[in-house]
Structures are given as C-alpha cells and as structure tokens.
Design a protein around this ligand. Structure first.
Ligand code: ADP
Ligand code: MG
Length: 358
C-alpha cells in the first residue's frame, strides 16, 4: 500500500494546449493518504477517468509528477506501479474458467497454489460466484462478467492501490448494494488505498471516508460527507450533493447581513464589505417555512417523499426548495421562509467565503 502524491499534475489530450480550456484535467496538487478509501465524484466528462488513468499509468500526464511513497513513478508502467484497476465494462478472458480468471493475477506473479486456491475461494464467495467457478467465462451475462472483473481486481492483497472506475454500472441494482458493501469490508480488512470513481452521490457518500468532487476538469473540494453537506466549497458541490441540492440565492453582503431583494437576512459569520454581488447557499434542510418573519415566497407545490416533504417555491423569481420534517403541518398562510443563519454559506464567484466568527 502506498501514499500517492500528485505534484503539479495536469493533462490535455491536445498536442499543443493553449489555455486552461484545453486541459481535461486542470492543475492539481493532492496527496491520497495511505490506506484511505476515497470516492472521486463528478458528472460525466468532468475528468474522473483521466485522473484515474494517470494514477494507474495507463495515461501519461502532459504536466507534473506522480509519487508513490515519495518515489517518482511518472514514467513507470501500470505493472511496475503494482496497481489493480477495475473498469466500467468487464474485461475477462472468455476461454478461461471463472476460477482461472480470478486466479490469473496471482498465478501471473507466481503465488503458491494453496494460497491461490484459498484466495480464489474467498473472492468467489464475496462476489457470489462459488457455484460457477468451473464454468467458462464465455456465455456469462455482462453482470456476471463484471463481477469476475471486480473479483480479479480484489484478488491480490499486496497491491499499492485499488482503483475502480464506475465498476457497478452494468451490475443489477440489488447486487450493487451488496458489492459496494463487500468493497467496504475489503477495505476494512486490508486497508488498501482505494479510489472509487462514480457519478452517483449515494455511492460516493456510502463508500468513502473522503470524497473528491470534480467539476469541469478541476478538483473543487475534498472532504468528508459531512463537510460536503455543511460547507460546500463551490456552488457546484452544494448543488450536486444533496437531494434536492443547495438553494442558491443572489444577494449583496455586508458584514453579518445579506440583502436579498431589499430584505435583510442575518448571517452566522462576518464577511466584511463584499464588493459586487454574492450568492447565498442554503440547504433545503436549513430553510423553515413559516407565517411570519423572513422572506416572502410563493409556494408552487408540495411533494411527499416519505421521510419528509419538499416544498417547491418561488423567492423573488428564484426557485427555492424547503424540507419540511415529518409531523410538521403546512398551512396556506405559511408564505415566508427563514434561513438558519449558522447554515447560510456565502459565495463569491461560485467559491465559498470563510468569513469570520462573530
Ligand atoms: P469522466 O470519466 O469524468 O466522464 P473523462 O476523464 O473520460 O471524464 O473525460 C474528460 C474530458 O476529456 C472529456 O471532455 C472527454 O471528452 C475528454 N477525453 C477523454 N478521453 C479522451 C481521449 N482519449 N481523447 C480526447 N479527449 C478525451
Ligand atoms: Mg469515466
């Protein structure tokens, strides 16, 4: 296992990149701690696979270095980096049995046959394929083949890191949850450094200790699920994580007060005199629907989503969502909203301002 350092890393698929827009991966400095489980989360096309393939050595970066435990591996092959990678679509040897597919990475390294047999048995159990070990991979469903790919990725205990690139895409929903749980227990057992790429926030938040959020080729925040929820560093993080995402409301900000369409909104921290416009970010969980105080809204509809209700409303021409907890009444005269000052974040040019405690 290894600590992985990305030093001044950037990548463009173009031979002569001109500006930042030409880079699929914008400049990045980051240390992946040894033994930690990370999720790499972002929308399709934001650069997740590009970053993962640079770490594994499938792709050579146009700029910067990759270090494993302080050894520069930028020029090293995937094999030399000693990494296991699982891709979105299955990679299996059709003519081999399931057993031989799973054993391949171990046999390839000359492992002891008794150890190989035991390890294959254990992995087969994890992916639920003990009964199919002697079947040929050809003719299996895409789902079963992907489980083999996952198993092969997990079979070696001595890798520096395990990289997963949206590995559950072709897996059926039932098995998804099961396999994700298995991956998590594998992490607890062996403590591998793991990077799990996904565009699904639920997958990211349940799998990882720490989530790396990417947007448009850039890492915009690295944090625990709680940090991403409470203090989204960029409006994209606020919007992308949460269901529904964070409300964003144009405002001006001076000290501890924001002004939204002429109405004062108290803030939990002090921001000095912010020049030009700002944006308030408030999660629907921290907005209360009430009949007095706060700001006027027009309620459009109420959705019952089981645990709570989501009120969809209009605030001075902006959409706003409010989460109303179970057992709390909603009446027609409730046409105002109050924000919890401690949970109002202030953004300038989409980036969160830290402000000062008051
Ligand atoms: P993600 O995995 O987050 O969906 P990718 O890393 O695959 O994103 O892609 C990031 C950007 O780089 C996208 O704009 C994509 O079109 C571009 N890209 C990916 N692979 C190549 C390639 N081999 N050649 C040129 N452009 C590519
Ligand atoms: Mg991808």
């Amino acid at each position: 296992m290894a600590k992985i350092t990305l030093d001044n890393l950037a990548h463009s698929y173009l031979p002569n990149p001109k500006g930042e827009d030409d880079f699929a991966l914008k400049e990045l400095n980051h240390v992946w701690n040894d033994g930690e489980a990370y999720a790499l989360l972002g929308a399709s096309g934001c650069g997740k696979s590009t970053l993962l393939n640079i770490i594994s050595g499938l792709l050579h970066p146009s700029q910067g270095r990759i270090l494993f435990d302080d050894v520069d591996v930028t020029a090293a092959t995937t094999a030399d980096r000693n990494i296991a990678q699982v891709f979105q679509f299955p990679v299996v040897y059709d003519t081999m049995s399931v057993r031989d597919n799973l054993a391949f990475p171990l046999k390839n390294r000359g492992s002891d046959p008794a150890y190989v047999a035991e390890r294959v048995r254990k992995i087969a159990e994890m992916i639920g394929m003990e009964a199919e070990l002697d079947r040929r991979a050809r003719g299996l469903t895409a789902d079963a083949k992907q489980k083999i790919s996952l198993g092969r990725g997990m079979v070696r205990e001595d890798v520096n890191a395990l990289l997963f690139d949206e590995p559950l895409t072709v897996i059926d929903p039932h098995m998804k949850w099961e396999l994700r749980t298995q991956l998590k227990s594998l992490h607890h057992e062996f403590g591998h450094t793991m990077i799990y790429v996904t565009h699904d926030q639920t997958e990211a938040l349940t799998f990882a200790d720490r989530v790396v959020v990417m947007y448009d080729g850039r890492v915009v925040q690295i944090g625990t699920p709680q940090e991403l929820f409470e203090k989204p560093a960029h409006t994209f993080v606020g919007y992308f994580i949460g269901s529904p995402g964070m409300n964003v409301i144009p405002a001006t900000v001076d000290g501890t007060t924001a002004t939204v369409d002429g109405n004062a909104v108290p803030l939990g921290r002090s921001y000095g005199a912010v020049q030009g416009g700002a944006t308030l970010g408030v999660r629907p969980e921290f907005v209360s629907l009430t009949d007095e105080g706060g700001l006027p809204v027009t309620v459009r509809r109420v959705e019952d989503v089981g645990r709570h209700r989501i009120v969809r409303a209009d605030l001075f021409g902006n959409d706003i969502n409010i989460v109303v907890g179970e057992g709390r009444a909603i009446s027609p005269d409730m046409n105002r909203v109050v924000f919890d000052p401690a949970h109002v974040n202030v953004y300038v040019n989409e980036w969160r301002q830290e402000g000062e405690a008051v």
